[in-house]
Structure formats: structure tokens, C-alpha cells
Design a protein around this ligand. Structure first.
Ligand SMILES: NC(=O)c1ccc[n+]([C@@H]2O[C@H](COP(=O)([O-])OP(=O)(O)OC[C@H]3O[C@@H](n4cnc5c(N)ncnc54)[C@H](OP(=O)(O)O)[C@@H]3O)[C@@H](O)[C@H]2O)c1
Length: 291
């Protein structure tokens, strides 16, 4: 019997790299890790060629246009990757009887709630990135109603650029950093998200639909920065500021906590606390530095 094959798109991104690192713990799967150069998810022919030649049993779409502020001035590119790309992959999965797992975002929500968002809550994105990702969710589910969509939030990892790496650098360069304290969410370690996705695939139970996955707990970006300072022992003042003092191209939801009970109840995935996850990521970063 051949081993089930899993295609990971956007394999050079934070989440893609987390899947790559984790794949050694899942030796009973074959993995295809495709970067944007290996397979552009907006190119139908390339997708078709890959699916016809390799017949993956699963496709996890980690490819996305993730530059939230840049998207405000480049909606066409954001929609091309986040909507058209998702549509093409969903169509290919449907055509080739592959199971499609698509990753989405907390930014599909407006942030006006006071309660953690549940999967069935109305989406109302406030920026182009969020709108393009919501359009991707809708089109993916239209073309492949058997797909699983996993919304996550505030992703960071030892690879790529992210808030943790930026803070570590700024805390070395400056005596103080200003960080917004009026946006609440949950930092999510890409390694934990990848593990949750693979444990769903590995579990053999596939219940299509939308799910929320983040690490456990809540934080503002300021709380997150303070935790980074404490855990790295940085000698830098962290000042809390309102979002109004740090204008960005894209509006961001003030509150985007995701309720993760559905995915935990359905698949018993593990969602470690965000502080403990941050500690593990910092350890991984140190190990990479020493390697
Ligand atoms: N990062 C976050 O804070 C966050 C929060 C919530 C949800 N998410 C979602 O989580 C998923 C993974 O995000 P991430 O943090 O791993 O993002 P990332 O580090 O920016 O990685 C995205 C990857 O997608 C690739 N890509 C872009 N356009 C592509 C195309 N046309 N064809 C193939 N690959 C393409 C990029 O390749 P190039 O670098 O070569 O362009 C990059 O390697 C995404 O769906 C994202 O929307 C992320």
C-alpha cells in the first residue's frame, strides 16, 4: 500500500516551514513541499500538472498574500492569490479526489465583538487582506464543499518575518519600543498550528467545515511584546500606545479572539497556552542560531 501524500503549498512561508519541520514525526505520510516558485497557486496549468502527476491525497494551502498593509494598495494581487488561488486549488482537489485544507484568518471579523468569535459568527472584514481571505474561504467551499477551512491568528515562527523577530531586533537596537495595547487576539506558534492540522489528517476523521485554531489565552500586542522582553531578558522599555498613535494603511480589528472549542471538541487537537508556545519558539530560534 502506498503512503498517503500531502501537498503543502506556500512551503517557504512560516506555516509551510513548520509543516516541513514536523514532517519527520509523520513518517507514514509522503510530503510534497512546494514553494511559490515550484508551483504558483494562481497558475491553473501548473496546479493541474502537479495533481495529475502526483495525485496528492491531501492539499494544505499555506500559500497566501499576507502583506496586510501592502494589500490596501494592491488589492488585485491580494485577491489573485487569496481568492483565485484558493479557488484553483479547491477545484483541483475536487477533480482529483484530494482533501483540501485551507488556512484563513481572524481578520475576516470586524473586531467589534466583546466575545471570542465562533465559526458561525458573521464575517465583516475591515481591510483588503481580510476581504480577500474571506472571498477565498467562500470560493473554496463552493468548489469543494468537502474542504476544511482553519482560521488562525497572529502567526509567528522561527522562520520568516513576524512580530517576535521584529521585537527581538528592535529591543536590541533601541532603548524603548512603543507597542499598541488596544488590539486583542491570540499569538499562535506556527508549529502548534501545523501539528493541529496534521493531527486532523492523521486522525482519519474528516468533518468538512470551518474551524478556529489559535494557541490558548489572550493578549494585546503590548502584552506579547512584554512577554518577549521578559523571556529574552532584553534591556528595553516597552511602552503601551493606542492604535491611533501608530497609523497603518490597513485597519485592524480591535478584538479578534477566536473561540477554539469546535476544533478541540471535534479533533481533540492540542492548543497550548501562548506564553508556553512563545518560550518554545524562542528556544527554536536559539537552536537555529547555534546550528
Ligand atoms: N501571519 C499571520 O499572522 C497570519 C494570521 C492569520 C492567518 N494567517 C494565514 O496563515 C497562512 C500561512 O501564513 P504564513 O504566516 O505562513 O504566511 P507567509 O509566511 O507570508 O507565507 C506565505 C507563503 O505563500 C507564498 N505565496 C504567495 N503567493 C503565492 C502564490 N501565488 N503561489 C504559491 N505560493 C505563494 C509565499 O511565497 P513567496 O514568499 O515566494 O511569495 C510565502 O512563502 C495564510 O493563509 C495566512 O493568511 C497568517
Amino acid at each position: 500500500m502506498t503512503m498517503p501524500a500531502i501537498l503543502i503549498t506556500g512551503a517557504n512561508g512560516q506555516l509551510g516551514n513548520a509543516f516541513r519541520a514536523l514532517s519527520v514525526s509523520f513518517p507514514h505520510f509522503r510530503f510534497f513541499f512546494l514553494s511559490s516558485e515550484d508551483m504558483d497557486i494562481t497558475e491553473e496549468k501548473a496546479i493541474d500538472l502537479f495533481f495529475r502527476s502526483n495525485r496528492p491525497d491531501y492539499c494544505v494551502n499555506c500559500a497566501a498574500y499576507t502583506a496586510v498593509d501592502k494589500a490596501e494598495g494592491d488589492a488585485a494581487s491580494a485577491y489573485r492569490v487569496n481568492r483565485e488561488g484558493a479557488a484553483l486549488l479547491a477545484q483541483a482537489c475536487k477533480r482529483h479526489a484530494s482533501r483540501f485544507m485551507h488556512i484563513s484568518t481572524d481578520y475576516v471579523f470586524s473586531g467589534e465583538s466583546a466575545e471570542p468569535y465562533r465559526e458561525e459568527d458573521a464575517a465583516d472584514p475591515k481591510n483588503i487582506y481580510g476581504r480577500s481571505k474571506l472571498a477565498g474561504e467562500i470560493t473554496a467551499a463552493e468548489y469543494d464543499p468537502d474542504c476544511i477551512i482553519i482560521r488562525t491568528a497572529w502567526v509567528y515562527s522561527a522562520h520568516g518575518s513576524n512580530f517576535v523577530k521584529t521585537m527581538i531586533r528592535l529591543m536590541k537596537e533601541r532603548e524603548s519600543v512603543n507597542v499598541v495595547n488596544d488590539q486583542t487576539g491570540t499569538p499562535t506558534y506556527a508549529a502548534d498550528l501545523a501539528k493541529a492540522c496534521l493531527s486532523i489528517i492523521d486522525g482519519g476523521k474528516w468533518a468538512p467545515g470551518t474551524y478556529h485554531y489559535t494557541n490558548e489565552g489572550r493578549a494585546t500586542w503590548y502584552d506579547f511584546a512584554v512577554a518577549i522582553k521578559q523571556m529574552t531578558g532584553a534591556d528595553c522599555n516597552v511602552n503601551a500606545i493606542p492604535s491611533s498613535a501608530f497609523p497603518t494603511m490597513a485597519k485592524r480589528p480591535a478584538f479578534s479572539l477566536l473561540d477554539t472549542r469546535k476544533i478541540i471538541n471535534a479533533y481533540a487537537v492540542s492548543a497550548p497556552g501562548w506564553r508556553e508556545a512563545l518560550r518554545r519558539c524562542l528556544k527554536e530560534m536559539n537552536a537555529l542560531k547555534e546550528a
